[in-house]
Design a binder for this molecule. Structure first.
Ligand code: NAP
Ligand code: HSE
Length: 442
């Protein structure tokens, strides 16, 4: 008996998913047992890139998630509502759910996974982070013997594309963003990508899986790439770095034994040493570097978006569920009303992780000042930083920009709170025209 799929959405990812379902040859034999049963869209008359019988298509998505014949609901419509309600309703009707919707999972994951646990159904989300890159399943299963220490990712393709072009062409952010929008690499409304919100959703999901607890999204520190200029890219290059939008989730070192859920979870543009494995991840590609004990470092690299790659992850999740259903249907061990969930595949964390505030972060900083070109300015900067326990690694003044001196400082590892207090004092100095950019250094 086939496994009936109710598909919510037939856009980029939905279409890619249908293409795999309609062409099962040379894939896993179980793909042949998946039946595209119903498809929910907003505009039924829109021309589609796949040939689907009109009888399967509906605008009544509620009727899909409540249809007793549907085994697995695949939510690839995006957005918060009605996606959240449809997922919850599908769960309430005993459907397993596969979703690519990082925005809904990052915000409503607690509600959705609690409901799924109670209903005894799976909600799988491999496509929600890193598109086609397998990273959710490895975190849940292949790496689960490890104590995860750090997850560091380039998990937004749009910003990686923009930063890569700024690096290779020397252009400024606004001009390259406009060109990326013209070429279709950036959305007309680029906010979620360039302001780091999409990466924040994704790192919240990865952190939850890596560290075994729920994450409150508003506690994830988030800075986008709008402040990064061609000048910063050029200075970083001279100093031996590239600038990447990194998403980081890290166990606090001193809390390793007693309070293992004390975490840093943050997204910000970062100077990455050119020798670091993430430095060479360019264009729209994504990569996630996971550090665990005892495995050491393992990196997942690949296409972070797009119809085919994302559908690859969606269908893998569908197959995971279908495989379990097949065993249940064929065996005698099935519990009649609430099947036991595979604990490696389900998400059953109950507690919330404690996220340490960004002021407590200890890191290196890069900061670019525009100042009057007068005697003593560098001395004043150095004294102020010193007064706040901020030790400097280098300070350079290479020239003038708009008749102002441009001074670039790189600090040693310092506490972010101290660094910010020093910057507040520096900002008030008469000789300082502006603090053009402040970036963290990996
Ligand atoms: P999309 O191209 O905009 O497609 C959305 C689909 O959902 C469309 O078919 C649309 O119907 C339908 N839809 C949306 N709202 C609806 C509503 N209220 N009622 C009925 N149908 C509705 O989106 P996408 O790029 O495929 O992305 C889908 C999800 O995958 C999102 O959560 C996204 O974040 C995630 N994702 C996307 C990618 C990617 O590369 N695109 C990668 C990873 C994850 P119509 O066609 O009739 O308008
Ligand atoms: N907007 C996302 C990105 C794609 O640029 O990476 C899907 O997650």
């Amino acid at each position: 008996m086939a496994f009936k799929i109710g598909l919510l959405g037939l856009g980029t990812v939905g279409t890619g998913t249908v293409k795999i379902l309609q062409n099962p040859a040379q894939r896993h034999p179980l793909v042949q047992e998946l039946e595209l049963y119903r498809v929910g869209v907003r505009s039924p008359d829109k021309p589609r890139a796949v040939d689907i019988p009109a009888s399967l298509i509906t605008t009544d998505l509620e009727s899909i998630v409540t249809d007793p014949a549907v085994d697995i609901v695949v939510e690839v419509m995006g957005g918060l509502e009605p996606a959240r309600s449809l997922i919850l309703n599908a769960i309430a009707h005993g459907k397993h759910v596969v979703t690519a919707n990082k925005a809904a999972i990052a915000r409503y994951g607690a509600e959705i996974f609690t409901a799924a646990e109670e209903a005894g159904v799976y909600v799988l989300l491999e496509a929600a982070v890193g598109g086609g890159i397998p990273v959710i399943e490895p975190l849940k299963q292949s790496l689960c013997a490890n104590r995860i220490l750090t997850v560091t990712g380039i998990i937004n393709g749009t910003t990686n594309y923009i930063l890569t072009r700024m690096q290779t062409e020397g252009g400024d952010f606004e001009a390259i963003l406009a060109d990326a929008q013209r070429l279709g690499y950036a959305e007309a409304d680029p906010t979620a990508d360039v302001d780091g919100l999409d990466a924040a959703d994704k790192i919240a999901i990865l952190a939850s899986l890596a560290f075994g607890g729920r994450i409150k999204l508003p506690e994830v520190y988030c800075e986008g790439i709008r402040q990064v200029s061609a000048a910063d890219i050029a200075y970083a290059d001279k100093l031996g770095f590239v600038i990447k939008l990194l998403a980081v989730a890290k166990r606090e070192a001193e809390a390793l034994a007693e309070t293992p859920e004390q975490l840093q979870v943050r997204v910000h543009p970062t100077l990455v040493p050119k020798s670091h494995p993430l430095a060479s991840v360019n264009d729209v590609y994504n990569a996630i570097l996971i550090e665990g004990e005892p495995i050491g470092q393992v990196m997942f690299f690949g296409p972070g978006a797009g119809a085919g790659p994302t559908a690859s992850a969606i269908v893998a999740d569908i197959l995971n569920i279908a495989a379990i259903l097949k065993v249940e249907r064929g065996g005698s061990a099935r519990l009649p009303d609430k099947p036991l969930l595979d604990p490696l595949l389900a998400c059953s964390h109950q507690h919330y992780c404690t996220i340490v505030p960004i002021e407590a972060l200890v890191t290196r900083f890069y900061v670019r000042f525009l100042t009057q070109d007068s005697p003593g300015v560098i001395g004043k900067l150095g004294t102020c930083f010193g007064n706040h326990d901020v030790s400097l690694e280098s300070i350079v003044q290479t020239g003038l920009r708009d008749n102002l001196a441009e001074i670039v400082v790189v600090t040693h590892h310092v506490r972010e709170g101290n660094f910010r207090t020093a910057l507040d004092e520096i900002r008030a100095m008469k000789a300082i025209s502006s603090i053009a950019t402040t970036l963290r250094v990996l």
